[in-house]
Design a protein. Structure first.
Length: 302
């Protein structure tokens, strides 16, 4: 059995969980809130979705001039910007880590959306100037979700530094899960927000060659002190999905073995998402999935 309760120490950070709604005042039959806020530092908040089967985490960065959400959550009904508004009144923008449905659920609530500018994402700009994410990229059919076309307020170049005022993060292009996957690195505080590039559960490999190259690039940036936060929790959805430098090295090494045909996989399926795949165990709850077919019959990879 996997342990459901985990304790991890994050040097220098207080980890404080604050349910967004004051549950004590709610009627007993009221549903618990979709979003749960975890304050990681004075400028960084993790917003988890413990009731959602993919256990997503989005992150709010708060500078002195502006605030930036990294991902918009999976939930389309509750407004994640209200959660952010409960934390900061700075002008708010949202950057998706990539264009999968479970990271764009709250997109329609944001007035200002950022997007990485790559040949892949450029393809989605239509004549009307709006970005239309096609279903084979978005994959919303899995959860019966659609995404509206959206206006991009700011295109970001890979390697570009986003200055939020007293807080700077560098955009890293880290393809492998998807071609458009990005991570944010705060060099000053040595924090990496890794999206679906790295999280402590099943990692969905879209392209192993790209993934290994991105992991090598990540390992050049991070060190054993880096605080690394991913976009999906492991077994316990109440814990912020934190990872270590050692985890990243182990994932990288396993992917190299898979690529070389030297790793032993096992057949894996999941009632909510995965019809079939090959699963390669890394360590703890971390594993790598390849040859993925989703429950709606579609294959995954590029
Ligand atoms: Zn994804």
């Amino acid at each position: 059995m996997r342990s459901l309760v985990k304790i991890f120490a994050l040097a220098g950070f207080t980890l404080l969980s604050i349910p967004f709604a004051t549950q004590a005042q709610d009627a007993p039959e009221a549903a618990s809130p979709a979003f749960v806020v975890h304050k990681l530092t004075d400028f960084l908040y993790a917003i988890g979705e413990p009731h959602y089967y993919q256990k997503n985490f989005s992150y709010l960065l708060v500078g002195t001039n502006q605030a930036l959400m990294f991902d918009s959550g999976a939930n389309q009904k509750e407004d994640i910007t209200e959660v952010a508004r409960g934390i900061t009144d700075k002008p708010l923008s949202m950057l998706p880590s990539h264009l999968h449905f479970d990271h764009l659920g709250g997109l329609h609530n944001f007035q200002s959306i950022y997007l990485v500018d790559t040949p892949f994402t450029r393809r989605f700009k239509r004549k009307d100037g709006l970005y239309h994410v096609p279903e084979p990229v978005y994959l919303g059919n899995i959860d019966h979700m659609v995404v509206p076309p959206f206006k991009v307020a700011r295109l970001l170049q890979p390697g570009e530094t986003i200055d939020l005022g007293g807080l700077k993060v560098r955009l890293m292009s880290v393809p492998g899960h998807t071609p458009d996957e990005v991570a944010l690195y705060d060099e000053t505080h040595n924090i990496l927000l890794a999206g679906d590039h790295l999280y402590p559960s099943w990692l969905l490999a879209g392209n192993l060659k790209d993934y290994v190259a991105s992991l090598d690039a990540t390992l050049k940036v991070i060190d054993p002190q880096t605080a690394i936060y991913g976009a999906h929790a492991d077994e316990d959805p109440t814990q912020v999905p934190a990872m270590t430098y050692g985890d990243v090295r182990a994932i990288r090494d396993k992917m190299v073995q898979i690529q070389a045909g030297r790793a032993k996989g096992e057949a894996f399926s999941d009632p909510e998402l995965i019809k079939s795949s090959e699963l390669y165990k890394v360590e703890k709850d971390i594993s790598i999935l390849t040859n993925i077919r989703f429950n709606d019959g579609r294959g995954y990879g590029y």
